[in-house]
Design a protein around this ligand. Structure first.
Ligand code: ACO
Length: 428
């Protein structure tokens, strides 16, 4: 017999199914709640609301577990490239050698942008934030490839579209940076790897091809692997909400970019560096910033701390912290911001306010320091996150369609005026 939950309202009892996930997580199915009781559930910010079934990513926030398609993030970060991980997230299995070869060849084939599309970059002011350019250009790409607007979610056509999107997002990102920096664009080089090609498009100049160091290539792969998916976060939920209206894949992920941009989500990686720079410049001790973060009258928050789901530790921040140390050492770099970050973390982990609220470093706390070591400019940090998250957004958009989900349309409790008569202008 299936497990039931009983809800009593005004003396009347109602039974609802209890659903159990493959990791034994529990949920009460309230889909019929309104029809049977006339009530809705209230959960602003969706802290307790399951919006879908998904077989892509599993997160256990209490235990600090993150797995893509069942594979622990620690193993993927150590052993898988971003392209392999993207394939896994998208198709559910690690690629065999031949599958990886075809997938990589498609990514290479789709790296260049249509020449007319390239011209659009010069229409943006040089001050345009790269996240705005990225979101706009993702919609524009679809205009140049109208066939992708009607793409099915399986088969050859879908495979081509996925490769096109994953490949072009990287070219758009690099071109956006070059244009904003007033530098000529570097066309993709088909002989380079996914990450190597991105670094070449970012940093080569007419006289010198950027030489991709294996340390930096590995660090960039790791950064992207760690960001490839994270179940129903703000941007992925946005992709699903937009996609649920049957909006095309490109406009859905463009909306995901906009959601990611905010400082409480992906924008936190740049905000962390701005905060650490500020600490360095001011010369004030970490305690000053910790006190401000605790003061409810001060809007200041410690960026890179806290998470809706992780209440113990974010496994990505542990991996990144180690990677930052390894990369700085291998490149013989010394980053003063790392010392400040370590001091801040140490002080916070002893502080009752943070302990009692389970606030720990999240993925964004150390990722900025890694991106600095790789040489990525600050205004590109959240764009880097978007490149990494693209496989997760696409996989969630596909799953939404495969599960034939209804259009997203939450309810509300109205708290405004009850009905009243129109007041003529002369009486107001
Ligand atoms: N600094 C100070 N206090 C904090 C912080 C922080 N970074 N984060 C949470 N708190 C406090 C809240 O004020 C609240 O205190 P209260 O119970 O006294 O009211 C308590 O901790 C719970 O926090 P909420 O804001 O309710 O947690 P929520 O799950 O809604 O928000 C979020 C999570 C947005 C990540 C939040 O912790 C935050 O703003 N962190 C800083 C921004 C950041 O690093 N974002 C990146 C997240 S990872 C990602 O999206 C990729």
């Amino acid at each position: 017999m299936s497990e039931k939950a009983t809800l009593t309202i005004e003396g009347k009892s109602y039974d609802f199914d209890v659903i159990t996930g493959s990791e034994n997580e529990k949920c009460i199915d309230f889909q019929q709640l309104r029809d049977t009781t006339g009530h809705i559930t209230m959960d602003p910010g969706f802290g307790n609301t399951g919006s879908c079934y998904s077989s892509i990513t599993y997160v256990d926030g209490a235990k600090g577990i993150l797995r893509y398609r069942g594979y622990p993030i620690e193993e993927l970060a150590e052993k898988a490239s971003f392209v392999e991980t993207a394939y896994l997230v998208l198709y559910g299995e690690l690629p065999k050698a031949a599958q990886l070869k075809t997938f990589s060849a498609r990514l290479k084939e789709h790296a260049p942008l249509h020449t007319n599309l390239e011209h659009h970059f010069s229409g943006f002011p040089t001050s345009a934030p790269p996240m705005a350019i990225l979101s706009a250009m993702l919609n524009l790409v679809a205009c140049f490839h109208p066939e992708v607007l009607e793409v099915p979610t399986t088969g050859e056509e879908f495979d081509r579209t996925v490769a096109l999107l994953l490949s072009k997002v990287r070219t758009i990102a690099a071109f956006a940076y070059r244009m904003a920096a007033g530098k000529p664009i570097n066309h993709p080089n088909p002989n380079l790897t996914y990450c190597g090609n991105f670094l070449h498009m970012m940093f080569s100049n007419p006289y010198q091809e950027y030489e991709v160091s294996p340390i930096i290539d590995k660090a960039l792969n790791l950064f992207l692997v760690l960001h490839a998916d994270h179940e129903q976060n703000c941007s992925t939920s946005t992709v699903r909400v937009v996609g649920s209206s049957r909006a095309n894949l490109f406009s859905s992920v463009a909306a995901g970019v906009c959601a990611l941009w905010g400082p409480l989500h992906g924008g936190a990686n740049a905000a962390v560096i701005a905060m650490l720079e500020d600490i360095k410049k001011s010369g004030r001790p970490p305690a000053y910033y910790i006190d401000r973060a605790k003061d409810k009258d001060d809007p200041f928050k410690l960026m890179g701390f806290g998470h809706r789901v992780y209440k113990n530790f974010d496994p990505r921040s542990i991996i990144l912290k180690k990677q930052v140390h390894d990369v700085l050492e291998a490149l013989h770099l010394d980053d003063h911001l790392l010392d400040i970050a370590l001091q801040l973390e140490e002080a916070i982990l002893k502080d009752d306010y943070f302990i009692s609220r389970n606030l720990y470093p999240n993925v964004d706390f150390y990722s900025g320091i890694l991106l600095r070591a790789i040489g990525i400019p600050l205004n590109m940090y959240t764009v880097m996150f978007a490149i990494g998250r693209m496989p997760g957004w696409i996989a969630n958009w596909k799953e939404l369609h495969d599960h034939k989900l209804r259009i997203s349309r939450p309810r509300q409790i109205y708290t405004g005026h009850t009905t009243r008569s129109f007041i003529p202008m002369s009486d107001r």
